[in-house]
Design a protein around this ligand. Structure first.
Ligand code: LMR
Length: 396
């Protein structure tokens, strides 16, 4: 029955992990997927998370179904983490299968209720955005974002493109720690972006997968989102993930939310979100949401967690400096300022696909073909070898 089904290509990001796992060389380094590692190169279970898990186990809770919209203790704390204290009575929030699942619910909602049925994403954007939205039945367009000349933001191009979209268009914005470029607008630039989005009556769909990773501070990282909500002129949707900032990757913990005009609109929106979720996966998994709910609502654990977020963000900043320093020490003639200028988990190195391929085949160093490096995979132990490898593939 399936003879006509062709072999599909490996995933652009997760396929890198598969290739890395197949490599048997001891020097191998995985800089593909955005997953935090300790300085020993090991996955990290946050202490606050481990403690929360203990607390939960001691309660011997049952395994009953959650409501369609998930665990209320978690979703309300997650909404406060994102939005602060404002607008919470207007936010229709549902638990989601992490950030990807949130985008998927959002895409389904927009496909059903937005007349334009096209969403505009930054160029470039996270490798999965296009596929998620297309599979929801939306058309996907792009606005200019990254400027390869400066390795920074092309603000003029971004504003021009957003202004040129049909009135009321859907615009996807990375709330902080832009993936893959590590380039975020400054707050003054955000104000200009917000103004154009509002003037054009566009809808802002924020993807916030790295809250805390850009500045080390969860409130500062949410400030663009909060500024849109506070102004209350552009409709706002949000996909929120706890994969990175709580290290809950495989637990798949996140939320999707829409800010309504008032609490009556919130109720109508949430009723429709439930109608979308029920046939999609019925209701979400309970364990990770209990953990995140416990971390967010227990004062001691929350404090501990915020410290750990800062610690992860700081280690990444140290590794940026170390990589740039090593490349400069090796006498690289190229400019590597962007390694330390860019923020969040990634550096958009400017390496070409051919150089990326050489890094993998000759040096056992794995990254995505767009030249994105997950800084979290760099350690004090491997940074010198990494710098030497990058230097060798870029020096002529
Ligand atoms: C990434 O960009 O590496 C992460 O968001 C993980 C993923 O699912 O792609």
């Amino acid at each position: 029955a399936w003879a006509q089904v062709e072999m599909g290509p490996p995933d652009a990001i997760l396929g890198i992990t598969e290739a890395y796992k197949r490599d048997t060389d001891a020097r191998k380094i995985n800089l593909g997927v955005g997953a935090y590692r300790t300085d020993a190169g090991k996955p990290y279970v946050l202490k606050s998370v481990a403690q929360a898990e203990q607390n939960i186990l001691q309660q011997s809770l049952d395994k009953e179904y959650l409501p369609i919209t998930g665990l209320a203790k978690f979703t309300s704390a997650a909404a406060s983490l994102a939005y602060g204290t404002q607008a919470l009575d207007r936010v229709a929030v549902t638990q989601s299968i992490s950030g990807t699942g949130a985008l998927r619910i959002g895409g389904a909602f927009l496909e059903r209720f937005h007349a334009g049925k096209a969403i505009y994403v930054p160029g470039p954007t996270w490798g999965n955005h296009g596929a998620v939205f297309r599979d929801c039945g939306l058309k996907v367009g792009q606005y200019r974002y990254f400027d390869p000349q400066t390795n920074g933001l092309n603000l003029a191009g971004m504003l021009e493109d957003i202004r040129a979209l049909p009135k009321g268009s859907l615009v996807l914005l990375h709330a902080c720690a832009h993936n893959p470029t590590g380039v975020d607008p400054t707050s003054a630039q955000w104000a200009e972006i917000q103004k154009v989005v509002e003037e054009c009556e566009h809808v802002a769909f924020f993807d916030m997968a790295y809250q805390g990773f850009a500045s080390g501070n969860v409130d500062r990282d949410a400030s663009a989102l909060r500024s849109f909500v506070e102004a209350n002129r552009a409709p706002v949707l949000l996909a929120q993930s706890f994969a990175k900032n709580m290290g809950l990757y495989g637990e798949r913990v996140g939320t999707f939310s829409i800010v309504g005009a008032d609490s009556a609109e919130r109720d109508r929106l949430l009723s429709q979100v439930k109608i979308l979720v029920r046939p999609m996966y019925s209701n979400p998994p309970v364990h990770g949401a209990r953990i995140a709910g416990e971390v967010l609502t227990d004062a001691g654990l929350r404090e501990m967690w915020l410290g750990e977020v800062k610690e992860m963000a700081d280690r990444i900043i140290r590794m940026r400096a170390a990589l740039r320093g090593q490349l400069e020490e090796l006498g690289s003639k190229k400019s590597w300022n962007h390694i330390t200028d860019q923020i969040g988990m990634f550096c958009y190195t400017g390496l070409t696909p051919a150089q990326v391929d050489r890094l993998a085949s000759e040096f056992h160093v794995y990254l995505t073909r767009d030249g994105r490096v997950s800084i979290a995979g760099i350690t004090t132990g491997n940074v010198q070898y990494l710098a030497e490898s990058i230097h060798k593939v870029t020096k002529d």
